[in-house]
Structure formats: C-alpha cells, structure tokens
Write a protein that binds this ligand. Structure first.
Ligand SMILES: Cc1cc2nc3c(=O)[nH]c(=O)nc-3n(C[C@H](O)[C@H](O)[C@H](O)COP(=O)(O)OP(=O)(O)OC[C@H]3O[C@@H](n4cnc5c(N)ncnc54)[C@H](O)[C@@H]3O)c2cc1C
Length: 406
C-alpha cells in the first residue's frame, strides 16, 4: 500500500475511535478568526489547542515568479486532492520539462503524480478534473532541484523507494554527485545512512531488478544537486526555463553545511516550475504570541507562551517538518501536557463549553457541519468513486457539500 494511504488510514482509524466518544464533538465549516474568535473559544473552553498547520509558503523571490505555470507545490497538491479553494488553479501541461524546486517528500509526491501512468492514476482518489487535465499532459522529464547535496535531501526512504520503482519512469542521478559518499556511510545516523545508501546504489550500482524495471521507461526524473534558482526565463508571457546558480557547500558535509553561490550559472529549459521550499504558519490572532521568523506559535512543549489554557500542536507548533505520523505523535504529547496541567489545577474548569460556541455560531449565521453530516459526505464520495472504480470521488464545490448538511 502507498505510504500516504497507510498514514491516512491510520489517521482515519484513530479519528473514528475518538469522534465516537460522546465527550467529543465535530463542528466543521468554521474558520477561527472569521466565524469565531480565539477569545470566544478561550472563554468557552478550559483548554484550546491550535492545530491549524502551516498554510502559507516560502517564495523564491526571483524575477519571473508571477508568470503563469509557476506554482506553489501546496496549491498543486490541494488541486489534485480536491480542495475546493484550489479548483481554479490554472495549469498548462502542454510542456515536456517541469522543474520542481525542493528536495523533500512534497517534491517527490508531485513528481509521482506528474509521471504515474494514467491507468494507475485513475484508480486513486485524485479528482476526475485533475485526471482529465493530466490525461493531456506532455510531461516527459521532471527535474528536482536542491540547493545542497545528497546528504541533505529531506526525503524519507519509503517515499523515495516508491518513486524509484514507479512504473514507466526512471531516475537519473549523476554518479559524480555520489562518488565521495561511499566511505562516509558508516558514520551516518541509521535513517540517513539507509537513505544515502539507496540514493548511492540507484546512482552508482543499480540492481538487475531495477535496471529491468527501468528498461521500458518512457519518462525520466532527475535529481540536481548544489543548484539554486536565480531567474525564471520567459518569452514575456510563458516560462521557457530556469536559470540556476551552482553552489558549493561550506562546513562539514555530514553536519549542516551551508550552500554558498558561485559565479557559475546554467539554464535548465522547462515550461512549468513548482516550488516546494518550505511552509509557514500564520498568526491567527494579533494577540497570539508568534515567532514570525519560524512561522510558528511561540510555545514551550505545546504550551503557548504566557497564555495558560492555550496549547498548540503539529506544524503550527514545531514548524513544517515531518510527516503525518510525526504530527500524530505531537498531538499525543500536547494531550499529555493538558492532562498534566489539569492535574496540577493550573486550568480554569468552570467554563460553558461547546454550547456557548454553537450559540455564537448560530447567531452569526454560520452553517456548521456535524460528524453525521461528514459521514453523509463521506458516503456519497465513496459511492461516486465506486461507480468509476476509484476509492472515492471528492466533492469540490462547497455549496454542494453544504446542501447535504441542511
Ligand atoms: C503539499 C504537502 C504534501 C504532503 N504530503 C504528505 C504525505 O504524502 N504523507 C505524509 O505523511 N505527510 C505529508 N505531508 C505532511 C503532512 O501534511 C503534515 O505532516 C501534517 O498535515 C501536519 O498536520 P497539522 O495538523 O499540523 O496541519 P494540517 O494537516 O495542515 O491541518 C491543519 C487544519 O487546520 C485547518 N485550518 C487552518 N486554518 C484554520 C482556521 N483559521 N480555522 C479553522 N481551521 C483552520 C486546515 O483546513 C486543516 O484542516 C505533506 C505536506 C504538504 C504541505
């Protein structure tokens, strides 16, 4: 099973157990900061946990970034996953080369979507609109660009292995980038060592099985190291390429070396550019203590600095690192902090709770979505998917979704 599906399934199982506890309720279609304020929530509840993720992204800040077909990975992932707010994203797949800036799992995931044979993609839960758009794709080559070297990639091994074995595609890695690494494997921490060995073997001594798998590849994906984008090249209206500066590393390659630009540049021809160079949380409320340099709520182990009863967890608490599993662990840790504070009588327990918030939302005319409504949406999506041989077909128009909860 695809590792994302496995992670999503674990989340669904855990969530279903928790939501069926009658002390837990689900109130959907509510935006904190718009429909209800943080102050209102804090007045209503003994403890409030902020778990709103990192919903803004870092930009390249280079000329040409506002051209059509230069897209943030976050928007692209939202588009093919059926997020209603991303359905108007303008994409032109009539291009042979795509450059993706970033060497993390998101970059790999996008590469996978761009290169997966259509007959396999049709069996996943990506939207029909995305499948239709991708069915006319001319993409032949995907270039993943990283500012540092192979020892600094942020992929996880499962995701990388899946990508290396993707049918009809082959990885292209320059053995020159890896030759100095063979004698430093032993000193690396185990996860980094396994990841580096996989990259090294793929580049320098692929197995017969791998070679056989790649023999019928019609598309390629490249890992480019020690390159940073400096300019998007265009004919004035459409992307023609990406100018990259070559970098060198300063500091020990096994620790946290810095990428420093050299004078040399190279131009990579491409017609689409996606950026996946980091995500940031936003400050939900002007009174919320916030570390703007890291894009996270200021906190100590999940306790928001200086505000008893306010907690945070996940990416908005620790920054955009790790996968769903890490976020679940964060959630458990923050839960333990709340229990500790309750036991130590640090929290005000005499609060009105959910009823007060529901009343305020009703008065403000907000149409909320209950868990029973969610189940209706889920069941319709699953049955729509079944009709066309997919796990689900997502509903992408909010007004249609809300009709089900009237
Ligand atoms: C593009 C992309 C692809 C990824 N792919 C994978 C993958 O394949 N596998 C994997 O394991 N991990 C993946 N990750 C990482 C994974 O998404 C994170 O580890 C995890 O989602 C972080 O969880 P979170 O709870 O902190 O934030 P999120 O999962 O982002 O949850 C935040 C929630 O808060 C809601 N929200 C935001 N603002 C408000 C507000 N004002 N009011 C109310 N609600 C609000 C959002 O709608 C969202 O539902 C990916 C991340 C990105 C950015």
């Amino acid at each position: 099973m695809n590792s994302l599906l496995q992670a999503a399934r674990n989340v669904i199982n855990t969530f279903s157990k928790v939501i069926n506890n009658d002390r837990c309720s689900f109130v959907g279609n509510v935006t904190v900061g718009k429909d209800v304020s943080l102050t209102q929530l804090r007045k209503a509840y003994t403890a409030v946990v902020l778990a709103y993720g990192a919903n803004s992204e870092r930009r390249l800040n280079i000329p040409g970034e506002n051209l059509p077909n230069v897209i943030s990975a976050r928007h692209f992932v939202g588009w093919y996953n059926g997020l209603p707010e991303e359905q108007d994203l303008k994409l032109n797949f009539d291009v042979e080369d795509v450059a993706i800036v970033g060497h993390g799992n998101v970059a790999l995931d996008i590469t996978r979507i761009l290169l997966t044979p259509l007959e396999l993609l049709k069996k996943t839960d990506i939207t029909e609109q995305a499948i239709t758009a991708l069915s006319s794709s001319k993409v032949q080559r995907v270039h993943l660009i990283g500012r540092r070297g192979p020892l600094q990639v942020a992929f996880t091994i499962k995701e990388l292995r899946e990508m290396i074995r993707l049918p009809k595609s082959r990885p292209v890695l320059d053995p020159e980038d890896f030759k100095h690494l063979a004698d430093c494997f032993e000193d690396l921490p185990r996860p980094r060592r396994r990841l580096t060995e996989l990259l090294y073997n793929t580049a320098v001594k692929p197995t017969e099985e791998d070679k056989k798998l790649w023999s019928d590849a019609t598309q390629k994906w490249y890992l480019h190291f020690l390159r940073s984008p400096v300019e998007i090249l265009s004919d004035g209206s459409s992307v023609k390429g990406l100018r990259l500066v070559k970098n060198k590393l300063e500091g020990s390659i096994k620790e946290n070396p810095k990428a420093v630009s050299t004078e040399k540049t190279i131009d990579l021809p491409c017609g689409m550019i996606m950026t996946s160079i980091g995500y940031q949380g936003i400050q939900l409320d002007p009174d919320l203590p916030f570390d703007h340099s890291k894009g996270v709520v200021s906190n100590e182990n999940g306790r928001v600095t200086g505000i008893p009863g306010l907690y945070c967890t996940g990416w908005v608490s620790r920054g955009p690192l790790g996968v769903i599993l890490n976020t679940m662990t964060d959630g458990l840790d923050t839960g333990k902090m709340i229990l500790q504070d309750l036991k130590s009588n640090l929290l005000e327990t005499n609060k009105p709770g959910k009823e007060a918030v529901i009343k305020q939302l009703k008065e403000a005319g907000v149409q909320t979505v209950s868990f029973d409504d969610w189940k209706k949406i889920d069941s319709i999506e699953m049955s729509q998917g079944k009709l066309i041989g997919k796990p689900r077909e997502k509903m992408v128009v909010i007004s249609e979704i809300l009709k089900l909860s009237l």
